[in-house]
Ligand binder design. Structure first.
Ligand SMILES: *Cc1c(COP(=O)(O)O)cnc(C)c1O
Length: 218
């Protein structure tokens, strides 16, 4: 099957409340446009330079989420065309996003990335630190916290990822119950090609899928 058909098939399977984000690192604009023909509306990019080039070519044909590790010195490059940053995990990066958004009179939607596996070398805030981080970020006027994102440890058997999705959902619900001003716990971004079904069972309403749409990355 082609890219267009893959996108169509996955979209047909997803419940209506779940947003498909095509994980498009290394994919060409032509490949992305094939997926758009199949109904894909939103892509997730990992690298600032690559995202900028594609934004230039794809323009308003897709919504852009940033799903990679974002460096402070790259925020300025992407702020104009990105619709949501899914990977905020520190006050420092939030501060920079806020500053650059303010300069464009923009209100940036962000998700807080949770290091649900508590893996030392991984991005994301530790589960126990999420609440205080979100409290601090809620003070920034040009950022709106819209939910949480997690990768979780990578497993051959996606069933092994389930506890990490459950833990992230638990944090999501706790923060929701706090009714923090300027914080809307609306989106829960979890699950990739091999794990999205389990993630949806555990409450994901954004899934980030690359391989199942575009084939293996070379
Ligand atoms: C690449 C990537 C994905 C998608 O991975 P696949 O296994 O190809 O579906 C999802 N999320 C993030 C953050 C990624 O970098």
């Amino acid at each position: 099957m082609g890219i267009k058909e893959n996108a169509k098939e996955i979209l047909a399977q997803l419940p209506d409340h779940v947003l498909l984000v095509g994980a498009t690192k290394t994919r060409s604009p032509e490949e992305i446009l094939e997926a758009v023909k199949g109904g894909l509306s939103t892509i997730g990019e990992n690298y600032a330079q690559e995202a900028e080039t594609k934004a230039c070519i794809l323009g308003k044909k897709v919504q852009f989420h940033f799903i990679g590790h974002l460096q402070r010195n790259k925020v300025k490059k992407i702020i104009e065309f990105i619709d949501m940053v899914e990977t905020v995990d520190s006050v420092r990066i939030a501060e920079e996003i806020n500053k650059r958004s303010q300069a464009l009179s923009k209100n940036m939607q962000v998700l807080i990335e949770i290091n649900s596996g508590r893996e030392p070398m991984k991005a994301g805030v530790l589960p126990d630190d999420a609440e205080s981080l979100i409290g601090e970020i809620s003070a920034f006027c040009n950022i709106r916290v819209m939910g949480l994102m997690t990768m979780g440890p990578l497993f051959g058997d996606p069933e092994d990822a389930r506890p990490y999705f459950i833990e992230t959902k638990r944090i999501f619900e706790r923060i929701q119950s706090l009714h923090i001003p300027n914080v809307a716990m609306k989106y829960l971004s979890m699950g990739m090609s091999n794990s999205y079904r389990i993630a949806i069972e555990e409450g994901a309403n954004i899934v980030r899928i690359g391989t199942r749409i575009f084939g293996r990355r070379s």
